[in-house]
Design a protein around this ligand. Structure first.
Ligand code: F6R
Length: 240
């Protein structure tokens, strides 16, 4: 992987946003892989001024994951987050931006449906990734198969604790999610893995330099030919 150490999350946002702008200039119907959580927010912020006057009407997008059994209108559903942080501020066509369907009634085939939609779009051109303190990318918790596709997973306790800040209480964090698999993520053409802060240092060192192991799902990036890791000094601290 190419490792870029930046002074701040804001600088990382600019770097990745510039890549996205270049991609869309070359390919107005580019397919973006969107992450949620705190990490990608600087990218979405940096995009706003950079896409003014750019025709984004054909840009397509796929979120990495969604909670299962959460009302899509709940403010912390990833559908709501993507709408609020990406679709609305950038003026994207909501019909072209997908999130996995976490509804219980259709969950049995939601993974396959999502995989089919990604394939029909011709695959993801540029995938933004954060990393969990557990080493997860998407919500592929430790033990996830490198061949996995979009499917339901159980969030581990550590992840629910990490994400409790978005909810009133940790008990309110859903137990299950539907996430692109590691196999799905590895098929995106260019991966950007972002991480900021000392809490991510161990996960980043493991992902970039550790053994390739499903115990640290982020290490799957070592199997991908085109990865850019963008980290601040604190998240880079455990790199050799
Ligand atoms: C989000 C996702 C997760 C997060 C990770 C880090 O769509 O798939 O892998 O990227 O949990 O979360 P933050 O950025 O909130 O530290």
């Amino acid at each position: 992987a190419e490792i870029v150490i930046v002074p701040s999350a804001a600088a990382a946002g600019v770097l990745v946003a510039d890549e996205i702008v270049k991609l869309i200039a070359a390919r107005p119907d580019a397919v973006l892989g969107l992450a949620t959580g705190s990490t990608p927010l600087s990218v979405y912020e940096a995009l706003r001024p950079r896409v003014e006057g750019v025709d984004l009407s054909r840009v397509r997008g796929f979120a990495l994951d969604e909670y299962v059994g959460i009302d899509p209108n709940h403010p912390e559903s990833y559908r709501s987050v993507i709408t609020k942080e990406v679709v609305e501020p950038l003026g994207l066509d909501p019909a072209l931006i997908r999130t996995p369907d976490g509804a219980l009634e259709t969950i049995a085939h939601a993974g396959e449906d999502y995989e089919r939609a990604i394939a029909a779009a011709g695959g993801i051109d540029l995938q933004i990734l954060g990393i969990g303190t557990s080493g997860h990318i998407g919500f592929n918790e430790p033990g996830s198969s490198f061949a996995s596709r979009t499917r339901v997973k159980t969030l581990i306790e550590q992840t629910r604790q990490d994400n409790a800040r978005f909810f009133d209480r940790v008990e309110d964090v859903p137990m299950h999610c539907i996430t692109q698999g590691l196999g799905t993520i590895l098929e995106a053409k260019h991966l950007f893995l972002l991480a900021f802060g000392e809490g991510k240092a161990a996960a980043i060192a493991g992902a970039v330099e550790g053994p390739v192991t499903s115990s640290l799902p982020g290490s799957a990036i070592q199997l991908h030919p085109h990865v850019t890791v963008v980290v601040d000094e604190a998240a880079a601290a455990d790199l050799a």
